[in-house]
Design a protein around this ligand. Structure first.
Ligand SMILES: [Mg+2]
Length: 273
């Protein structure tokens, strides 16, 4: 897929995620839309995966540490063919549904790790990367963490461990959108100088526009050239990206579009098929 097609696909995934929240009457649309472009590049351009063999040992893996953003994860997996026919009614957050409010690996095909208890992703992804090294596998492990999430102490334990083990098969994205559940990251416990902090822990670091498809692609290519170090790609993102009424408004961390807003979303994101 070329850049224009990937961009269009990212907006389609955004629309599916919004549809899921609208119909399920609950969920986290803002954090999902923030990482739509990263997810699109991973699942439709960069990751070595086989939807028909989701447990393939040599596959690349993703740990969505900010698990509450899962509507975009489910949208990507569906579009990529993990569930056979594309899912049109996700039953998000419903009892016994395979599409829970946070990803559950034993319920949803293609989900590599259960997540949602914030802070754990980098440590878990590091474990997967260590296992890959130990077994002499050449897969990559990706993880997406929130900027607010970096306040969790265990993140830094994982960051330290990954550097100590020279995990050049680990690539972490920080979704730096400036917001977290309770308010702005800066007003909560500021996590300034994210890139410099990773640098100090001996990671390879890059900082990009997380909505620039080509930049995301290039940053991954660059990270793959690095040896003996884990890589972080700090992505400047906009929470709720793609919808005029949602962008940079933290009220959409968790919320359900009204009928009118749903119609606006259809218009702005190009409808839903
Ligand atoms: Mg955030």
């Amino acid at each position: 897929m070329n850049t224009a097609e990937l961009k269009q696909l990212a907006n389609h995934l955004r629309m599916v995620a919004v549809d899921m929240v609208y119909k399920g009457k609950d969920g986290h649309p803002g954090p999902a839309l923030s990482i739509a472009d990263i997810m699109t590049v991973l699942y439709f351009d960069k990751m070595r995966i086989d939807p028909e063999n989701p447990d393939w040992e040599d596959r690349d893996r993703l740990v969505l540490s900010k698990g509450h953003a899962c509507p975009i994860y489910y949208a990507a997996l569906s579009e990529r063919g993990y569930f056979g026919e594309k899912v049109t009614d996700f039953k998000l957050r419903a009892l016994k549904s395979r599409f829970q409010g946070h990803p559950v690996m034993n319920k949803t095909k293609g989900v590599d790790m259960t997540s949602g208890s914030l802070g754990n992703g980098i440590a878990i992804a590091s474990g997967m990367a260590i296992a890959g090294k130990y077994k002499k596998k050449d897969y990559y492990v990706y993880s997406i963490v929130g900027d607010g999430e970096l306040q969790e102490g265990i993140c830094w334990e994982g960051i330290n461990t990954a550097a100590a083990h020279k995990l050049d098969n680990l690539i972490v994205f920080v979704d730096k959108n400036g917001w977290q559940s309770g308010g702005s990251v800066e007003d909560t416990i500021g996590t300034n100088n994210v890139r410099e902090r990773f640098e100090a822990f001996n990671w390879h670091t890059q900082e990009i526009d997380g909505h620039d498809i080509d930049a995301v692609k290039q940053a991954i290519d660059e990270a793959k050239k690095v040896t003996n170090k884990p890589s972080v790609i700090v992505c400047n993102c906009v929470k709720g990206k793609g919808l005029s009424f949602m962008e940079d408004d933290n009220a959409w961390h968790k919320g359900v579009p009204s009928d009118e807003q749903y119609q606006m979303a259809l218009k702005e994101l190009g409808g839903i098929q």
